[in-house]
Design a protein around this ligand. Structure first.
Ligand code: INI
Length: 179
């Protein structure tokens, strides 16, 4: 029986292959000196606050200074890309932006439009600005699924988003991508 374990990155194999290239870039999960913008949705705020808590825990643990973190609250996930663009193009641009939201299918016909446009907008912003914008938006069929993905543990989507933001920000500052 195959499982997701079979597709995990094998660090030994990765290191063996890296030795065959002139340069290998890997972003660390370190936060010193990085400025991070967080755009957080108020819609389904009971869930997004759980994501935000874990995001901040992870950023502060990694050494991001409190004064280098800004949080902006959007009405809902649909508005997150616009806030992300504002962070990415600010006079003193942020090194990465994290979007946090919860789009829950429930009974609303809105779901596909809101979730799809949010994802498309987030990708647009990072590709047009060159600033990493992390998609920390839960898109689930049920409230229970959203609650499971925002538990106060390692699996919390906000914590994962914080690590992704640091990794991408550091990666884009390294080696031949930077100078
Ligand atoms: N916004 C969300 O963040 N999550 C949802 O589940 C959601 N649903 O289901 O409608 C939602 N809608 C609001 C939307 O993001 C906008 O704020 C609104 O349409 C105004 O532009």
């Amino acid at each position: 029986m195959t499982s997701s374990k079979d597709t995990e990155l094998d660090l030994t194999a990765a290191s063996t292959q890296s030795a065959r290239a002139g340069e290998t870039l890997l972003g660390a999960h370190r936060g010193e000196g990085l400025r991070i913008g967080i755009a957080c949705g108020k819609f389904n705020g009971g869930v997004t606050t759980r994501l935000l808590t874990a995001t901040l825990d992870a950023l502060l643990e990694a050494g991001v200074a409190k004064s280098d973190i800004s949080i902006a609250w959007a009405p809902g996930a649909f508005e997150l890309p616009l806030l992300a663009r504002a962070y990415a193009t600010a006079p003193k641009p942020y090194d990465a932006v994290i979007t946090l939201g919860a789009v829950i299918r429930g009974d609303t016909g809105h779901y596909d439009v809101v979730a799809g446009e949010c994802a498309r907008g987030v990708q647009d912003v990072q590709l047009t600005t060159g600033v990493p914008v992390i998609f920390g938006v839960l898109t689930t069929d049920t409230i229970d699924q959203a609650l499971v993905r925002s538990l106060p543990d390692e699996t919390n989507k906000g914590r994962e988003s914080a690590h992704t933001a640091l990794e991408m920000a550091n990666l884009l500052r390294s080696g031949s991508l930077f100078s």
